[in-house]
Design a protein around this ligand. Structure first.
Ligand code: NAP
Length: 312
């Protein structure tokens, strides 16, 4: 095992990179364990227009590459491996990948969350080209167009209500005939003139992915088995998110939903010296800029914690 690090950052989305930039500039020589697939959810996005600092749209992978270079420029070491286990019961903390073991006085968890997907090959092919998991990010590209939202929870209705401000019409496809969403969200969606519902139905396929955009969706009525085609321009999958916290189970306190519990207004977890930033601790806002903001907070809190322990 190599020397003990002051900070290890696990995960490489906007939260992780921002934590790395701040920690590196504070001379903490952070180690980032970026994951085999680095960059997080923005790697699945095309144009980003709501991240401050860019007059013109920036591509998700490009933005992440810029953040990575910025973190490296100030001396962040990167390891492109997945974390397979952590031990937060002992100090220094231990973080393990398949090939190596690392020690650190503080850890920033920035492993994000993954949007649940339908699992269709066409969905993967058209992700960022008409298929999206984020209305705030991509709704603008569907101004005055026909939009479909999949899901029956609060996220689906929130996305539908947001998209109804932009699109010509919004159809919500739900696999049952009752919604899981809260009453208030249901009332708002039912009352909205642009929103309609397609009940007991699932998306079986997105036709013609070779077109490079969404044109037609194949639906199946789960009660009758009848199939039908609907012309749409944008398909928003809003069937929930899964925080990437499996390796932290039993090591820090998680909420029943699986998200990391942090003290309100901080990035402090239940283990002093372990901080959590970005979507892994945020089921509400889930934006690149809010993730970056909490990444900054985590690095500053780690720095202060190290100073208080005289480890800085
Ligand atoms: P959720 O409550 O788990 O709802 C997921 C929805 O997607 C359910 O309606 C589910 O159907 C459907 N679904 C799941 N897998 C599917 C699949 N493979 N194919 C088709 N449909 C599928 O997730 P969420 O809406 O993201 O909400 C997560 C939590 O955040 C909830 O506690 C929610 O209240 C909260 N939240 C709150 C707000 C707000 O208050 N403004 C906004 C967003 C989220 P079934 O109903 O049949 O299971």
């Amino acid at each position: 095992m190599a020397t003990t690090r002051k900070v290890i950052i696990i995960g490489s989305g906007p939260a992780g990179y921002t934590a790395a930039i701040y920690a590196a500039r504070a001379n903490l020589a952070p180690l980032m364990i970026s994951g085999v697939q680095s960059g997080g959810q923005l790697m699945l996005t095309t144009h980003i227009e709501n991240y401050p600092g860019f007059v013109d749209p920036v591509l998700g992978p490009e933005l992440m590459e810029t953040m990575r270079k910025q973190a490296e420029r100030f001396g962040t070491d990167m390891i492109a491996e997945d974390v397979v286990a952590v031990d937060f019961a002992r100090r220094p903390f231990v973080v393990r990948t398949a090939d190596a073991s690392f020690e650190a006085h503080t850890v920033v968890i920035a492993t994000g969350a993954s949007a649940k997907l339908l699992g269709l090959p066409s969905e993967t092919l058209l992700m960022g080209h008409g298929v999206s998991t984020c209305a705030t990010c991509d709704g603008f590209f569907f101004k005055d167009q026909d939009i479909m939202v999949v899901g029956g929870g609060d996220s689906a209705l929130e996305e539908a209500l947001y998209l109804a401000r932009l699109g010509r019409k919004v159809e919500v496809v739900h696999r049952r005939d009752t919604l899981r969403a809260s009453k208030i969200m249901q009332d708002r969606a039912f009352a909205h003139p642009k929103i309609s519902f397609i009940w007991n139905s699932v998306v079986r396929d997105i036709l013609d992915p070779a077109a490079g955009k969404v044109t037609t969706v194949l639906l199946e009525d789960v009660v009758t088995g009848a199939r039908s085609e609907r012309r749409v321009d944008g398909l928003f999958v809003a069937i929930g998110h899964e925080p990437n916290t499996v390796v932290f189970r039993g090591q820090i306190e998680l909420l029943p939903s699986g998200y990391v519990r942090v003290e309100p207004g901080t990035t402090r977890t239940s283990v002093p010296g372990v901080f959590a930033a970005g979507d892994v601790q945020d089921s509400v806002f889930r934006q690149a800029v809010t993730a970056a903001g909490t990444g900054c907070m985590a690095a500053l809190e780690a720095e202060r914690w190290l100073e208080a322990q005289r480890l800085g």
